[in-house]
Design a protein around this ligand. Structure first.
Ligand SMILES: Cc1ncc(C[n+]2csc(CCOP(=O)(O)OP(=O)(O)O)c2C)c(N)n1
Ligand code: SF4
Ligand SMILES: [Mg+2]
Length: 281
């Protein structure tokens, strides 16, 4: 495969300078490095600027509805386990309306990769505050300041038991490529949080300001050490990027197949869903 093989029919319509351009470039490079075939790969998104990914790539794609990328991606992986499934979306999509799915994806451990582009704002709808907006942010909708505290998506993923958790920043495309490639290779739910500035509606978290606080997770960090990963996720002294946590365990699909195997063992090859359910009563 060549990187150009992943180019979609639609030219990216994001604003010049939008952080999402870097994420798209990194994802294409990662897919190319892993020799992903376009007919064996699906990119599933919600709604938002960041969710326009399926138009800009040549893989299969599903631009679903707001907040629902994860359940669709999980269902797709369960029905077609041979497909590489990548879910993408924004902070609003994945933490507000879709926040509930994020929790359950982590604990179920489906073998999919979830890339969240966090610009700390609802950009597509022209700049309302999101769960990651900084307290005190002023927008047209909150002219006197946003009053709620922020969500930390990395800390959330760690506490919901996501088996791969990484953080990147759109200003470092090389690191993005690395954490995306490792996330795609990982067996289980890989969550990749990317701080991806919106140059149009968020002047608070600009490239310059984020660059000042970005730090790499030290090389000696043990990826299986969840408590330490949580410390880096939470660290007030900087925005730690890199692979914070990785620890494989059986996936959702593997566990589900095991249930089917057991059901067939007890009720025969032609057993129905009713027979399977009877075993749990
Ligand atoms: C059910 C539903 N509610 C609300 C909307 C309006 N809406 C579209 S995108 C969006 C938020 C997008 O923010 P985010 O997910 O952070 O993506 P970004 O545009 O910042 O990349 C909202 C509220 C919608 N399309 N559907
Ligand atoms: S509005 Fe913001 S997030 Fe949307 S394309 Fe423009 S810069 Fe990117
Ligand atoms: Mg957003």
């Amino acid at each position: 495969m060549e990187i150009s093989d992943y180019k979609g029919r639609v030219k990216p319509s994001w604003c010049p300078g939008c952080g999402n351009h870097a994420v798209l470039a990194a994802l294409k490079k990662s897919m190319c490095e892993l020799n992903y075939q376009t007919h064996e790969t699906a990119i599933v998104s919600g709604i938002g600027c960041s969710s326009r990914f399926p138009f800009f790539t040549s893989t299969y794609g599903f631009h679903t509805i707001h907040g629902r990328a994860l359940p669709v991606a999980i269902g797709l992986k369960q029905a077609r386990p041979e497909i590489n499934v990548i879910a993408v979306g924004g902070d609003g999509d994945g933490l507000s309306i879709g926040g509930n799915h994020f929790i359950h994806a982590g604990r179920k451990n489906p073998d999919i990769t979830y890339i969240m582009m966090d610009n700390e704002i609802y950009a597509l709808t022209k700049g309302q505050c999101s769960p990651t907006s900084r307290t005190g942010t002023i927008t047209k909708c909150n002219p006197y300041a946003w009053t709620a505290d922020r969500i930390n998506p990395v800390l959330m993923a760690l506490s919901f038991n996501a088996s791969y958790v990484a953080r990147g920043y759109s200003g470092d495309i090389k690191q993005l490529e690395y954490i995306i490639t490792e996330g795609l290779k990982h067996k289980g739910f890989s969550f990749i949080h990317i701080v991806s500035p919106c140059v149009q509606y968020n002047k608070v978290s600009s490239f310059e300001k984020i660059k000042e606080i970005v730090r790499n997770v030290p090389e000696e960090h043990d990826r299986k050490d969840k408590l330490n990963a949580m410390k880096y996720a939470f660290a007030p002294e900087g925005l730690f990027t890199g692979i914070l946590y990785q620890n494989e365990r059986p996936t959702y699909e593997e566990r589900f197949n095991e249930v089917i195997r057991k059901a067939k063992e007890i009720s025969g090859d032609n057993c129905t869903m009713y027979d399977i359910m009877k075993q749990f009563q």
